[in-house]
Design a protein around this ligand. Sequence first.
Ligand SMILES: C[S@@+](CC[C@H](N)C(=O)[O-])C[C@H]1O[C@@H](n2cnc3c(N)ncnc32)[C@H](O)[C@@H]1O
Length: 210
Amino acid sequence: MKKISQLFVAWCLAKSEKTDESSYGKIKRKLFSNVSGKILEIGPGTGINLKYYPKNIKWIGIEPNNEMIKYLKEKAKKLKIDYKIIRTNAEKIPIKNNSIDFVISTLVLCSVDNQEKVLSEIKRVLKKNGKFLFIEHVADKKETFRRQIQNLAPKTPWKFFSDNCRPNRETWKSINNLGFKKVQIEHFNLKGVNPLIFIFKPHIIGVAQK
Ligand SMILES: C[S@@+](CC[C@H](N)C(=O)[O-])C[C@H]1O[C@@H](n2cnc3c(N)ncnc32)[C@H](O)[C@@H]1O
């Protein structure tokens, strides 16, 4: 069942490049414009972010879903990025302490099994002053109708079709609690009225510096 769910999500992501560009293109260009050196991206999926990075980076992707790997390789080769893909979960990152300049995560912290572990691994592998850049959809305020739906979603077939996305996570709190030296987080809403966008509100975008 997990395999079918992963196949489905990989197919959806591969088909969603245009929507991703219109929803996130502008903010991704701005957020990723200054990345350099060794970049670790967790849950890169089909490699939707690769086109936003400068060319002279060393990129490592930690991606557990085998169905994403062929898309990732294709894109990295086409864009001539120096890449390495590690097929595993970000709860235990097989990379040395203090060795990465930037860690990037977009729409991943909703899906990981153990968010606390992933965040502490991100901090561990970052160099001193290294930066964690993120765009994530998060839980709405507790009293809202949307939050009720977000709380219910993981108990419905949503779980299967989204490969275990939990839209009711207060991810900004977890990032703030991690003891980074500096954290900047902004909440924003995607525009649009389709049912997916309804669940994916609000988002956070930000930078945490070790
Ligand atoms: C919604 S997709 C987002 C993909 C891509 N980052 C994007 O912005 O389009 C979530 C991704 O997180 C990956 N993922 C899920 N659990 C993970 C984990 N424990 N560690 C690393 N990646 C994970 C999934 O395989 C998938 O590629």
